[in-house]
Design a binder for this molecule. Structure first.
Ligand SMILES: [Zn+2]
Length: 191
């Protein structure tokens, strides 16, 4: 399995027959290497009235606060991915309540699925990608040190969903794309 294939693909960019945009196509065998958006899974995790936030130890937006979230792995269910990310980034054991929001960040081809969840035990601690983790009362959230627009959106959605169950997931605020480039700060939203 570790050997290179005898005839590796030789990719060129062209529009395949019947398609309407350029793809990476093997000029030998015609294989099309479709490139598709990345899925980010995460959670707004509450413990009583407090919310779990992680201060990023990595770029982009190192030192800023975010939700436990990250890329879904191959073969992984979205809920399982959100549970895994909460553990990896905050050593948090969580129980998912329901899907809180679905966000599109088209400029960086990212789709985010953010769950509403609860801590199942109160202990949290920073994982390797976090400098610090904390449970914040709403009024103590470091609003001017939030890493990404979608973190603001998800926190607002969580606040609006308090006491509600069985609601439809929230989506991008009207007109909001999550594009941070226009703000001149960083290249895009990371995970
Ligand atoms: Zn090929």
């Amino acid at each position: 399995m570790s050997e290179l294939p005898a005839d590796p693909h030789r990719f060129v960019r062209r529009v395949p027959d019947g398609d309407d945009r350029e793809r990476r196509v093997c000029s030998d065998c015609g294989f099309v290497d479709y490139e598709n958006p990345k899925i980010v899974v995460g959670a707004v995790v509450s413990h009583g009235a407090r919310l779990l936030l992680c201060r990023r130890a990595i770029e982009p937006r190192r030192g800023f606060w975010t939700l436990p979230a990250g890329y879904l792995e191959l073969g992984e269910a979205t809920e399982a991915g959100a549970v895994r990310e909460a553990w990896e980034e905050a050593r948090a054991e969580i129980e998912i309540d329901q899907l809180l929001a679905v966000y599109s960040i088209p400029r960086i081809s990212q789709v985010q699925l953010i769950y509403r969840a609860r801590l199942t035990r109160p202990e949290v601690a920073p994982g390797p990608e976090s400098e610090e983790v904390g449970l914040f009362a709403w009024d103590d959230i470091p609003w001017d040190r939030i890493a990404f627009p979608s973190v603001h959106w998800a926190l607002a959605a969580w606040d609006e969903s308090r006491g509600r169950a069985g609601f439809a997931p929230y989506t991008n605020p009207p007109g909001a794309t999550g594009d941070m480039r226009r703000a001149g700060r960083i290249k895009g939203e990371g995970a």
